[in-house]
Design a protein around this ligand. Structure first.
Ligand code: NAD
Length: 254
């Protein structure tokens, strides 16, 4: 293993949704590059323990429900107990479907939950991280957005696109406002990535519907996103701040 491949040595990185498709790939890549992941999970303790086994125990697992108002703050509290955190990866997310024909209570509840998990939890964790980074010489934030937040989204999943657009804007605000204090923020905007979230869509609509507008004709692999997260976190990346990194096979070019 080259020294470049251990470029994250000593970094403690909080990854939300760390047991999901993309989250687990991020955790594995971080360990590969020498970091110590703080692996957040929501409900699936077994998946978290299995992942910890796969990385030979080189991480810490933390539970929190990000659909509650207190969840993100409790998570940060647990994460910072054992010392300095160098980076936060807001990766947890849900993709819900709701029609404009839904009953108002259903419509409203879906929007509220989507914003709580995908955006408010991330914003709360960014707040905590910024305060922590200020006191400890800086740090980096990676927010997992989506192509859906850039180009508008399907009629039955409008809340998802809106939460991701908000996340991109939050990322830019942090980059602009706190860069001088050594705090960096970057958004990653994947198109479809081969995980349970994508499989759920494919099961309903077929693969052709997912890849029809992707010039390379394929979804991304979780490992591709993980590699990019690690790249952003490299200490040698001193100017990568405020960007939205597109990983969409050429399906949305700005
Ligand atoms: P996934 O469903 O495999 O993982 C989502 C993770 O979020 C899980 O670990 C889950 O436990 C966690 N989570 C969900 N609700 C939670 C809650 N209330 N409390 C705590 N944790 C909760 O999905 P994924 O594809 O790995 O998605 C990861 C991120 O990437 C998400 O933010 C998603 O929006 C984004 N993304 C995914 C795709 C895709 O095609 N898969 C495309 C673009 C962006």
């Amino acid at each position: 293993m080259t020294s470049a491949s251990k470029s994250l040595h000593g970094q403690r990185v909080l990854v939300t949704g760390g047991t999901g498709g993309i989250g687990a790939a991020i955790v594995e890549q971080l360990v590969e590059e020498g970091a110590w992941p703080l692996i957040h999970y929501g409900r699936d303790k077994t998946a978290a323990e299995e992942l910890l086994d796969r990385i030979s125990g080189k991480g810490t697992i933390l539970q929190a429900d990000l659909s509650t108002a207190d969840g993100p703050f409790q998570l940060w509290q647990q994460a910072q107990v054992s010392g300095r955190i160098h980076a936060l990866v807001n990766n947890a997310g849900i993709r819900s479907e709701v029609s404009v024909d839904a009953e108002p209570e259903v419509w409203k509840a879906t929007w509220m939950r989507e914003f709580q998990v995908n955006f408010f939890a991330a914003a709360d964790l960014c707040k905590q991280a910024i305060q922590h980074f200020r006191a400890h010489g800086g740090g980096k934030i990676v927010n997992m957005a989506s192509r859906a937040g850039q180009r508008g989204y399907a009629a039955n999943a409008m809340p998802y696109g809106a939460t991701k657009a908000a996340l991109v804007n939050l990322t830019k605000s942090i980059a602009v406002s706190f860069g001088r204090e050594g705090i960096f923020a970057v958004a990653i905007a994947p198109g479809w990535v081969r995980t349970e979230m994508a499989e759920a869509y494919i099961a309903k609509n077929g693969k052709a519907a997912a890849v029809a507008d992707i010039p390379i004709g394929e979804m991304a692999e979780p490992a591709e996103i993980a590699e990019l997260v690690s790249f952003v976190l490299r200490p040698s990346q001193l100017s990568l701040n405020g960007a939205t990194l597109d990983v969409n096979g050429g399906s949305y070019i700005r």
